[in-house]
Design a protein around this ligand. Structure first.
Ligand code: ADP
Length: 745
């Protein structure tokens, strides 16, 4: 019987490097091996494909070990002029055929992906030419009739159609916010103005999101130049207003490709000059440059790149000559395949629209959420305290937290306070969650009271897990009347949701509860109904990833297994996503529990691998995965049973997961959701409608659901939504584990 030929696939990184490329390469190699394919890394991009030899190497399971946390790309990238020529591509085809490779995962920007598509289209002709030249047998050409191709976008600019996020963009935003936070602290000390230039020749994503996350006062992006010719005056007026209302620092962010309506570039130096001349301010320019490409990949870039690398292999295995090559990316919070070349064409269309000064078209092509983010930022930077006469018809809204602290809570409060005030209303902050409403501990918040809150962790208003009951409900009702509250914004976790639901359910008893109220999901556990992501979870994941990176470094000299316990309560999100982002071999989730049989099997597997040269093993356990098989128990069990082979150490990460300044993603989402909540409350209160609701993301879109539906969406006895989108990702975590015996490559 003829043995089926092994599928041989190649993976390369090309063009500019981006953090997260290694995670994608690792996922391609490991998924390929676990699917029974032979996987080859092509070093130095297309240059390596042309030069061949040692630059095309078969990868083993272990050859991609220990790279997940590294920035850049360990298989190298290069610009190749040779690949732009037909001779170069013919040589590249020959080198691939020498290894039997006829499927490619190309990780790069639009240039790299365009080149890959040209190569794919020419493939049959290139092979015919090689046969004619006597370089290959015709049987070889017949055995490889087409080139399977999948593209992954590696680009820190997030400038690509067909994926909501490109590999590296989130990490670049991390670098930008770190820099902005550092700059703002020094700027505030000296009352300085800073102009910061970020990357993005045709794409304002980094500038716009950096501005939202960094609490900037003005932003300039290529897709949406200032609408007026004398934009300099408008910018100076906004900055002057900010100063007048007490800001100690001013921050302008400019994308490197920013231009005015006539296509004239706007440089950071020019902005600096304008501000110095017109405002007489001490202004400094910082050009972030390559810092944005550097550093360790963020948690998101690690798990997203892992998922898309994994999916790319399955796509390639099923490639046929008829199926168009696909781009694998993220769309609406899911991994999605989209025909590659239309995405490249659409990406070029944005650049062309900018060159043609057709900015409306450029913004339209960027998509809804980009436009929405731009409008949000404009509202926030334009917001200033209302003139005294406009306060007369104002409504009064209460803002409070409940549940555990979640990074991003302050960011959400800041946006809400400023938007309420901007719309002529008053805001009262209730201290320490529902205790503040019970005790009447509410204080009016003014414009400057939230200054600097965009970037800080913790919860300035205070938060706790109190869910009011009995006489406390009466006290709340009294205080709502006493303070004339027209609506409530609760930014918090499951205790807050339960408390709001209780108030909502008790409306018939307490007429004071007949006001609109809305819950904004903020919990590191990501265990709230109606939202696929809650504020704080991304920061917590980044804290986990950073901690595990450090823990792993301590294992340089010995064979060691780490059992790391993470938070999450009854929800395994942090454990699973943390596991994907750190490369854990095993993840224990509360959704699945832990059995003695699991532990025995995991231990057997671990012993096997340590016997076969493994040096480091990582197990992540959610804090409530099993009440008896605790982290300490598992550590002791593994230690006892594996003592001759490996040491075991436990690390309970604890409260560091709730701390830290919010990640850029959490800041951006907190701001976006807060804007929607404020719109909701003002609309309902103005129209005398007393809706109770919670807001969230589903498939990347904002949705608002009635509090009435909360019980239906939750598990009956524990704080966990019934439907958890991320549970399907367990399969990927499984594929990234050690492969069955004999497949180690
Ligand atoms: P990016 O992929 O980040 O856009 P480049 O545009 O520099 O970066 O492309 C990387 C490499 O891809 C180039 O050095 C070249 O080898 C190849 N490439 C780019 N455009 C083409 C093309 N039109 N035809 C063939 N190869 C191309």
């Amino acid at each position: 019987m003829a043995r089926e030929q092994k599928i041989k696939l190649g993976v390369l990184t090309s063009g500019g490097d981006a953090q997260g490329m290694n995670a994608a390469v690792r996922a391609v190699v490991r998924t390929g091996i676990s699917r029974g394919c032979a996987v080859y890394a092509i070093y130095e991009g297309y240059e390596g494909m042309i030069r061949g030899g040692d630059l095309i190497r078969q990868m083993s399971w272990d050859s991609v070990g220990g790279i997940l946390h590294k920035g850049g790309t360990v298989i190298g990238t290069a610009r190749s002029t040779g690949f732009r020529t037909r001779e170069g591509r013919r040589q590249a085809a020959l080198n691939l055929l020498n290894h039997g490779i006829d499927r490619l995962v190309v990780i790069g920007g639009d240039g790299s992906l365009t080149g890959a598509d040209t190569f794919r289209r020419e493939w049959p002709e290139l092979l015919r030419e090689l046969v004619e030249a006597g370089a290959i047998e015709s049987a070889t050409a017949l055995a490889h009739p087409f080139l399977g191709l999948v593209g992954l976008v590696g680009s820190i600019d997030n400038d690509f159609a067909g994926t909501d996020m490109t590999i590296g963009a989130d990490s670049a935003l991390h670098r930008i916010t770190e820099a902005l936070d550092a700059i703002t602290s020094t700027a505030a000390s000296h009352q300085r103005t800073f102009v910061v230039e970020v990357m993005g020749r045709n794409c304002g994503y980094l500038a716009l999101m950096g501005a939202i996350a960094g609490g900037a006062d003005w932003v300039l992006i290529p897709e949406h130049p200032p609408e007026i010719d004398d934009w300099e005056s408008a910018m100076c007026a906004a900055l002057r207003d900010g100063r007048a209302s007490g800001r100690r620092d001013s921050l302008v962010i400019v994308a490197e490709g920013a231009q005015d309506r006539h296509g004239k570039p706007i440089s950071a130096a020019y902005i600096c000059q304008v501000l110095e001349e017109r405002l007489g301010e001490d202004t400094r320019v910082t050009i972030l440059g390559h810092v944005q490409r550097g550093g360790a990949p963020s948690a998101f870039d690690r798990w997203m790149s892992t998922l898309i690398g994994h999916t790319a292999v399955d796509e390639l295995i099923n490639a046929t000559p008829e199926r168009e090559p696909q781009l694998i990316g993220m769309r609406e919070n899911r991994i999605a395949a989209t025909p590659l070349m239309p995405c490249v064409t659409e990406t070029h269309a944005v650049a062309e629209a900018i060159t043609a000064h057709n900015y409306e078209q450029a913004m339209r092509l960027r998509g809804n959420s980009f436009g929405e983010a731009f409008r949000t930022l404009r509202t926030l930077v334009r917001s200033k305290p209302p003139r005294p006469d406009s306060a007369s018809q104002s409504l009064r809204f209460a803002v409070l937290h409940a549940g555990g602290p979640a990074p991003g809570m302050n960011t959400a409060v800041r946006a809400a306070v400023r938007l309420f005030i901007h719309n002529g209303h008053q805001v009262l902050g209730a201290k320490n969650g529902f205790s503040g409403l019970i005790e009447g501990d509410l204080a009016e918040m003014d414009w400057m009271s939230v200054s600097g809150w965009a970037t800080t962790g913790g919860a300035e208003l205070g938060t706790n897990r109190k869910v009011p009951q009995g006489a406390e409900l009466y006290q709340i009702a009294r205080n709502l009347e006493r303070f004339n509250i027209n609506g409530i914004l609760m930014i918090g976790g499951s205790a807050g949701y339960r408390a709001c639901h209780r108030l909502f359910a008790e409306r018939h008893t307490f007429p004071a509860f007949n006001i609109p109220m809305i819950c904004l999901p903020a919990s590191i556990n990501n265990n709230l109904p109606g939202s696929e992501l809650s504020i704080g979870a991304d920061t917590a994941l980044n804290s986990i990833v950073e901690a595990v990176d450090r823990i792993k470094q301590t294992a340089v000299a010995s064979r060691r297994c780490f059992v790391v316990e993470v938070m999450g309560r009854d929800c395994g999100y942090l454990a699973l996503m943390g596991g994907l982002a750190t490369g854990a071999e095993r993840v224990y989730l509360p959704e699945e529990g832990i059995t003695l049989r699991d532990l025995q099997a995991d231990l057997d597997e671990m012993i096997y691998w340590f016997k076969h040269g493994k040096r480091l093993s990582l197990v992540i356990r959610n804090e409530k995965a099993n009440p008896i098989y605790s982290t300490g128990f598992i550590t002791a069990l593994f230690e006892e049973e594996g003592s001759q082979l490996f040491e075991v150490r436990q690390a309970i990460l604890g409260h560091l997961q709730q701390g830290g300044d919010p990640s850029p993603f959490d800041r951006i989402q907190a701001t976006r959701l807060s804007v929607k909540c404020v719109e909701f409350l003002i609309d309902r209160a103005t129209n005398g409608r007393y809706d109770g609701a919670f807001i969230g993301y589903k498939g990347g879109r904002v949705q608002i659901i009635s509090l009435e539906d909360m019980p239906r969406l939750m598990e009956p006895t524990i704080s966990r939504p019934r439907d958890q989108w991320w549970m399907e990702l367990r399969e990927v975590a499984h594929a990234m584990r050690q492969p069955p015996d004999g497949l180690r490559g």
